[in-house]
Design a protein around this ligand. Sequence first.
Ligand code: PEP
Ligand code: MN
Length: 350
Amino acid sequence: MIIMKSGATKEQIATVIKEIENYGLRADVSQGDFRTIIGLIGDERKIPFDHFAILPGVKEARMVETPYKLISHEYAKLAGESERRIIKVGDIEIGGDELVFIAGPCAVESKQQLFKIAEGVKKAGAHMLRGGIFKPRSSVHSFQGLGAAGEDEATEALEWFREAGDRFELPVVTEIRGESQVDLVARYVDIIQIGARNMYDQDLLVKVARTGKPILYKRHFGAGIEEFLSFAEYMVAENNKDIILCERGILPLGKGKSYTRYTLDLAAVPVLQKETYLPVIVDPSHAAGRRDLIFSLSCASVAVGACGLIIEVHHNPIEALVDSQQQITPDELKKIITACQDIHKAIGNK
Ligand code: PEP
Ligand code: MN
């Protein structure tokens, strides 16, 4: 990390960047109110910090050991940025004072289904609409989402999705499963979701980050927190800091029936917040895998400091084509939103 003096000139900053590039690294430049901080992207061991420390305009040059530094509090603080990143999507602030609820079906099944659910979640108080068009599924024999039928079908579903979002004033979030889907999906949605199974796909992370859209980034069910953050850094290194981290459950331990689909790692929420300025939300639906636990897990998530929730909602959950056991009704969502807002008020905004 190179910390420039407060009066460093543009030319001095440009010289430092050029020097960094000469050593085969890239520079992440954060222009704070008082000074400029230059993060190094690449192998810092190649950098002679003593040499950088004496370049004109440089206040300090030092190695940062952690695998994620661009998303650390230290970096944000030095750059004069706020301790918590607030991601603005239309009028909605993720990571702001108010909780954000993202709700909708696991999969978009038809225009009629989507509009019915969008209307329901809006009435229940949700702020954004979710819905899968490209579904990651364990079995090739199960419904893969409408997008699987081809580009025309994917485009049509994305058009409905956009229309539903606009009609009910709900920004929209959908998952992309591969690089080939990025350009198409980015044309229609407000936030791009990278699902748990793709957490490790660096090429995909880079491609999605380059769209400049906010990203809802899910933790893989086998990933440690340091790994999760290290991979989040790939997107921030592309100069996209609008990353929403999402805890969605990790693999359950032990033999025998586990009773939940995954184990919700509640401690991950405050830990992630201590490690990074990125906002953290929770997905209780995929963690639990059963609707009777969504209320409790939602309340618990907010109690540990989550700034929002993403919840699967269907007007008729039993009929849902995907994840029918875990989807709740709009009425149940409404109860969750009310309870979570009370809890959020009780614990105070952080
Ligand atoms: C989803 O949100 O639709 C989904 C498949 O979630 P995850 O990637 O967490 O399994
Ligand atoms: Mn699902």
